[in-house]
Design a protein around this ligand. Structure first.
Ligand code: ADP
Ligand code: MG
Length: 420
């Protein structure tokens, strides 16, 4: 499908949305099939790229409708993006829901022509995780739930479970999400390391820090390796944008949304995006501390969550590998690796490499949020710019060390000690 102009593209607004729902049984049935005259429609404005509407039929049901228009919502028509991203989001959501049903909303409807996804409404008191981290809410099950989501969605789409024939055909399909991958390539792995119109930072406080990043040869050597992994390593189906605003939470429930950047890429990119955003939240806490709450206890909770996320992920992922060691996966054939000691060695090496990838990608994810295009509310909500810049500098310095020294860390507890 070629990029269509806005005129040709049918935009759903609050009025046409009702008509659309009425003539779409998979949606109207979720709203109780009445005449749909009492629908409450609310547009959600806390995302950046797409149009999201919550539709509630009092007492009979609710849905969410997400439409991708041919441009970036928060910028406008001057920044065109393919609406095909919606196809990859719907395809990934369905696959991920199938593999991790407790942590991904069900897709009720997908319309490729209009780039419309209808899905489960993740109801209040769910909120966006990043907002919970800013106000200081602890989520006791977050680490375990995220580890479960990542282990399930990535193990079953990797060559540890799939045949090379199945894997290659899935890789080929998601290769077409190239436009979204190219955005990440530019914004995460290139722009922060050069002068770019799109870069932003807390000026003038971080001016010399930005210059230091752009003149750091070792850092550029490391980010080259990470970028090449991102572009070349089709390890598993990854979410592609697993930051803390792509997760909705309550104390009991964790829901992962918004996989429009999904493709077959390195697992460490997802693990690293999540851990990197937790580290960003950690370093922003001093900017949110006040007389009532110094945030010390909360910082300790974030650190524990980082440690638990990696350790649970490691355990759950290798557990799945053990369960399916004689399964169809073609990377480590049972006939070759049935020796117990050898199997342990192979697992250790695979997870050790994933660990170092995750640390590198965590660092890259932190750096672009501080000196690149897209910033995070964790820091943007610190009004005092001197305070904000102090927090950002500490996060940036840690990220630089993490990217350069990642191979020297053996355990996640050593990494958090370095952050503290
Ligand atoms: P974008 O691609 O523009 O970032 P998101 O998928 O992140 O869009 O959605 C934007 C916002 O809409 C989210 O931050 C969340 O508040 C809300 N939202 C999205 N999907 C759902 C859902 N299934 N249930 C409830 N709220 C949702
Ligand atoms: Mg989003």
């Amino acid at each position: 499908m070629t990029m269509r102009t806005l005129k040709e593209f049918q935009i759903l607004d609050e009025k046409s949305l009702v008509e659309y729902i009425k003539r779409t049984p998979s949606l109207s049935s979720k709203l109780g099939n009445d005449d749909n005259n009492n629908l409450i429609i609310k547009q959600v404005c806390d995302g950046n790229i797409n149009f999201v509407y919550i539709i509630i039929s009092p007492s009979t049901g609710s849905i969410v409708i997400k439409q991708a228009r041919p441009y970036v919502r928060c910028v406008g028509e001057s920044w065109p993006v393919t609406t095909e991203r919606s196809y990859f989001e719907a395809t990934a959501l369905k696959r991920q829901h199938g593999l991790s049903p407790k942590h991904v909303p069900e897709v009720y409807h997908f319309d490729r022509e209009l780039s419309v996804i209808g899905m489960r409404y993740i109801e209040p008191p769910h909120i966006i995780l990043r907002k919970g981290l800013i106000v200081g809410v602890e989520y006791p099950l977050l680490a375990e739930h995220m580890a479960e989501f990542m282990a399930n969605t990535m193990f079953y789409t990797s060559l540890l479970y799939l045949t090379t024939t199945e894997h290659k055909s899935a890789v080929a399909e998601f290769c077409a999400n190239v436009e979204m991958c190219r955005l990440t390539e530019q914004l995460v792995f290139s722009d922060p390391y050069k002068i770019s119109q799109l870069n932003r930072w807390t000026t003038p406080y971080l001016d010399s820090d930005v210059e230091a990043v752009q003149n750091d040869k070792i850092l550029k050597l490391e980010v080259a390796e990470l970028k090449s992994k991102f572009c070349e390593n089709a390890q598993a189906l990854i979410h592609g944008d697993l930051h803390t605003s792509a997760v909705m939470v309550t104390c009991e429930s964790t829901q992962v949304i918004d996989p429009e950047f999904a493709f077959y890429g390195p697992m460490g990119f997802d693990v690293g995006a999540f851990l990197g955003n937790l580290f960003l939240a950690y370093f922003s806490q001093d900017g949110h501390a006040d007389e009532r709450n110094d945030r010390k206890t909360y910082k300790a909770w974030i650190i524990d969550t980082i440690v638990d996320t990696w350790n649970f992920f490691n355990k759950k992922f290798t557990n799945l590998w053990d369960i399916h060691k004689e399964g169809p996966g073609e990377a480590y054939l049972h006939e070759v690796y049935n020796d117990l000691e050898l199997r342990e060695l192979v697992k250790q090496k695979y997870m050790y490499d994933s660990f170092h990838d995750s640390l590198g990608f965590a660092a890259a994810n932190m750096i672009w949020r501080i000196v690149g295009f897209s910033h995070v509310e964790d820091y943007e909500s610190i009004i005092d710019l001197v305070k904000r810049a102090d927090c950002e500098r500490r996060a940036l310095d840690f990220a630089k060390t993490l990217m350069k020294k990642r191979r020297t860390f053996n355990k996640i507890t050593d990494v958090v000690s370095a952050a503290q």
